[in-house]
Design a protein. Structure first.
Length: 630
């Protein structure tokens, strides 16, 4: 009997609701509200909004309301009308992707329907929608100019109705400093400093356009700047998605020559694989649900042709580095690193469809998991550096030990004017051949690499590279750094005991040589430490068990690098030369900061007490004066 009565009651409620909705007809009013509850007629794609429904009369029973975006079946928002109420408002939600449909077609207007009590209300709401803007972030040794093909009325973005902003272009305040090819000895901003500038630029774009969210399209080091912004600087949910173009998520070894010269600090150190893997990626893991997409260049497939980055690569960023973090989509194409921002094919085939992502593409993503540490780094010689004045030459001797199956050489030349002559271990001059040696010459001054070449199955022994100035070498001369990358042969690892020490804390720099069972004689074990202010300090490592160590106490805060080098002779009589670049970031000593903080607080408290006493004395004097006057 109880069940029957319950059934009858529920049936009557449904009948009443159905009758109520039927009776309301066109009297149902749907309204669009901004995140603060103000009624609006249009939005920018991605803005946070609310939806409200109003009935012509109070509900006689509780009614559920669902709001449906045209062409979609799942509600974008819901609310519930309690008994006796004539309206209800949804919670705040994002409209990301509303400007686009699943086929990539744009929609300047959208229609919202309301399902009230299970039936669609005859009335609907028409909403004007504008596309969200795209903010572009350039990379290392670059500027906003790299994005020129995307900007302006004839740019790539305008072709699909989007407005583009490139940090540094003057459309909004803010200029990044990631280094200038014309001033390699100049300092750069840190990733953190550039991320703060990016935040200011985005805020200005939001105020200018009314957009609450932007898409980020970023190249190379701009990817690290954007990740830092999202993790540490972003205050609100301001980014809809990030599209990375060739960003070295685990760093690029092509920065070793620059780091060895002390050029473009601290940016050149922040691109070091050791920094990215052991410091940056261990901390910058929060992405606040934002989708990450990668477009990676794989121009160089043959390891012979990729001098300083593991193949496949875009010449300076290895595909493995670009894809070393969790991504929501990876696209690869045979493209040079510097062309990723300019090539129309990249936009048409790899970027455009992501900018046109429809609703449903922006479900929250999980935070990143810090990549596991590399157990064995790539193998390099030490970096041989110097400066040549016009008319001068220099000789660099690099040992290649037995069992090296491939030796790649890469040269950084600040003037891009030097010529080289290579003598193999036999003493004969080798004429470099494009096919045989994978010769790669890059004239673009914004690229770290100037010249690369390699040798398969090189003869062990001393290889001599002669560097010569030419008639186009500038009067100021040329700074150079040359380094070799080895596949096979000796293997060296190096690390620091702590990657984020406090100032004054002892850092143990350690190195170890693996030599396939033989016992090579290490004749030199050193570390060239570069401090945050650019000065250097040479350290000698001593034998400790099966490795070599040295204790180092940093006296400055900031980012340090150390080129740890082991050189000597193998049991076969051939020399060897290995080096590993490591990084550690020194923080202020909290034990020293705290007493200063306490001292400042006590001083402020003392000043407040003195002010109170003076004020009290003034009040007493004033009262006595009044009494005498009375």
């Amino acid at each position: 009997m109880y069940k029957l009565m319950l059934f009858l009651v529920l049936s009557m409620v449904l009948i009443v609701n159905a009758a109520l909705v039927q009776a309301q007809g066109d009297g149902v009013i749907i309204s669009l509200l901004d995140r603060n509850g103000a009624e609006v007629s249009g939005i920018m794609d991605g803005n946070n909004v609310q939806l409200r429904v109003k009935l012509p009369s109070a509900a006689q029973a509780a009614v559920d309301v669902a709001f449906i975006l045209e062409s979609h079946t799942e509600p974008v928002a819901t609310c519930s009308l309690p008994v006796g109420s004539s309206s209800c408002t949804s919670s705040v939600f994002a409209t990301t992707g509303w400007f686009w449909d699943a086929q990539g077609a744009s929609h300047a207007q959208r229609v919202i329907h309301a399902i009230v009590g299970g039936k669609e209300a005859p009335s609907a709401l028409n909403i004007d929608i504008h596309p969200r803007p795209v903010v572009m972030v350039h990379g290392f040794l670059s500027s906003w100019v790299t994005w020129k093909p995307y900007l302006g009325p004839d740019g790539y973005l305008a072709s699909i109705g989007l407005q583009g902003f490139a940090v540094g272009d003057g459309q909004a305040p803010g200029v990044l400093n990631t280094g200038s090819p014309s001033n390699p000895a100049g300092r750069t901003n840190s990733i953190k400093e550039n991320a703060e500038i990016l935040g200011q630029y985005i805020s200005a774009v939001q105020k200018q356009t009314g957009a609450e969210k932007v898409d980020l399209l970023v190249h190379s080091m701009g990817g690290m700047i954007s990740r830092f912004y999202i993790d540490r600087v972003m205050q609100n949910d301001t980014v809809a998605q990030v599209i990375f173009l060739g960003s070295p998520m685990s760093g690029s070894a092509c920065t070793y020559p620059l780091a060895s010269l002390g050029f473009l600090l601290p940016a050149s150190l922040e691109i070091l694989p050791d920094y990215m893997i052991h410091i940056f990626n261990q901390q910058i893991i929060h992405r606040h649900g934002i989708p990450f997409y990668m477009v990676a260049g794989t121009l160089l497939i043959d390891p012979l042709t990729s001098p300083c980055a593991s193949a496949p690569s875009d010449t300076v960023v290895a595909f493995g580095s670009a894809t070393s973090i969790a991504l929501d989509g990876i696209q690869e194409l045979p493209m040079f690193h510097g062309d990723l921002t300019t090539n129309k094919q990249v936009f048409d085939n790899d970027v455009r469809h992501l900018l046109q992502s429809p609703p449903g593409s922006f479900a929250p993503r999980q935070d990143l998991v810090a990549p596991s540490e590399n157990t064995l780094s790539e193998q390099f010689s030490r970096a041989y550096t110097g400066h040549l004045k016009p008319g001068e030459t220099a000789q660099v001797t690099i040992n290649i030990d037995p069992n090296v199956s491939l030796a790649n050489f890469s040269l950084y030349d600040s003037s891009r004017s030097l010529e080289i002559e290579v003598r193999g271990a036999s003493g004969n001059v080798i004429v470099l051949d494009t096919q045989k040696n994978g010769v790669l010459k890059i004239e673009d001054p914004a690229t770290m690499l100037y010249l690369g070449y390699g040798f398969k199955q090189p003869k062990p022994g001393k290889w001599v590279v002669t560097l010569k100035t030419t008639g186009v070498t500038p009067p100021a001369g040329a700074d150079y750094s040359i380094i070799a990358r080895f596949t096979g042969g000796m293997a060296m690892t190096a690390s620091s005991s702590v990657t984020i020490p406090s100032q004054g804390q002892v850092v143990v720099i350690q190195a170890r040589l693996q030599s396939n069972g033989s016992s090579p004689k290490v004749e030199s074990a050193t570390a060239q430490v570069r401090k945050p202010d650019g000065t250097q300090e040479s350290l000698n490592l001593t034998a400790n068990g099966d490795g070599y160590t040295v204790d180092y106490k940093p006296d400055q805060t900031g980012l340090y690098s150390a080129e740890v080098m082991l050189a000597g002779q193998g049991t076969d009589g051939f020399g060897f030369d290995r080096a590993v670049f490591i990084a550690f970031e020194v923080q202020p000593n909290t034990a020293e900061v705290e007493p200063v903080r306490v001292t400042v607080m006590l001083a402020l408290a003392g000043l407040c007490l003195v002010a109170i006493i003076i004020l009290a004395l003034m009040l007493i004097a004033r009262r006595r004066k009044k009494q005498r006057a009375g």
